[in-house]
Design a protein around this ligand. Sequence first.
Ligand SMILES: Nc1ncnc2c1ncn2[C@@H]1O[C@H](COP(=O)(O)OP(=O)(O)OP(=O)(O)O)[C@@H](O)[C@H]1O
Ligand SMILES: [Mg+2]
Length: 378
Amino acid sequence: MILNENVARKIIPIAGGKGGVGKSVIAVNLALSMSMFGKKTVLVDLDLGGSNLHTLLGLRNSNPGMGNFVSGRKYSINELLCPTDWENLFFIPGDVLVYGIGELSKSVKARIVKGLLDIDADYIIVDLGGGTNFTVVDFFLISNSGLIVTTPQTTSIMNAYSFLKNYVFRFLQRAFASDKKISVYLKKVLKERRPGEQKTVSDMIEDISRINSDAGEKAEAFLEVLQPKLILNKMYGAEDVSLAEGLRDLCARNLSISLECLGTVMNEKIVNRSINLQRPFILDNEENIVTDEIHRISQKIIQSSNFPEMPLELDYYSDSFELAHIEMENDLAALQGSTESEEDSDEYEVDKLLELIRIQQSKIQELQGTLRILSMNN
Ligand SMILES: Nc1ncnc2c1ncn2[C@@H]1O[C@H](COP(=O)(O)OP(=O)(O)OP(=O)(O)O)[C@@H](O)[C@H]1O
Ligand SMILES: [Mg+2]
């Protein structure tokens, strides 16, 4: 695992648990933003079996990529770096040129991880596939500061939680791989996992301490290293942040990890349009709320010299979720201010307002439902 603190090269995997939440769109635009700020950034498509990043960048799929890297020994990782139309941004395609890579063996996974560590760049953004399986989790665990993308939809939040649960579990399994007794214990816990009656991580640490008190302390210290960050995508309003706060509380209570919020990206038409145009949206929409947010997220990463530690002014807000809430409210107020000054007809404004109220009402209902499910389930 790369500990992203004071290291020159920072690997940032992006996962989400659920498909279609916007991992790839965010990976592409975030990588481009970092390159615009002068950082040599490599974007890696590691969604093997579902590689599509080249399309979002408007590139043809004629370059060898991760598929070729794992299926032969012809290429070193740095030979796979494709230049893009944008200075400082490089790309490693996925497996579109290689048919049927299938399940990855342990040695292939290890080779990929070693390959990623050998890439020469300031930042390496790795787009992972959807799903919560251990292959995705293993790639996510390459660094202590991966990004989880979720939408405010109940299913997406639930999948993000499942992903994080597997992530912590897998981390403990790997941390204690050489300790026979604890490995046997963890295997047993995994086998006995049943919905609704699962052990919390702090229960597990207590059990581990009973097996070996040093190991219990070690487990607690290890867990502090994990600092995944959340990006909320396809947001409609600041109240959606409360859902993510439910996820944060659940992670603290059941998984003993602290989850921070790195940013909130609104649901915007230009994002979909940019996919059809095969061009990252931050290029053509400089004045847009989603472009501003992508640059803000990339600035938060670049300016935190000890990322994933984030310098938060705790006198002003209690945590990163409160900051996300404030940032979003300010952005929306600014947006409203700018649309008010435009000469829209009153009728149009009323329609927009009604639509907003309708969306907010259905969001509040969904929010209440999700919070209920989250508190029932665990
Ligand atoms: N902020 C947003 N506003 C509007 N649409 C969005 C936003 N983010 C993503 N989308 C849309 O959601 C769809 C899925 O996005 P994307 O392909 O990035 O998801 P993904 O998580 O990478 O999916 P997969 O798991 O299939 O790889 C795209 O059509 C994209 O345009
Ligand atoms: Mg994707």
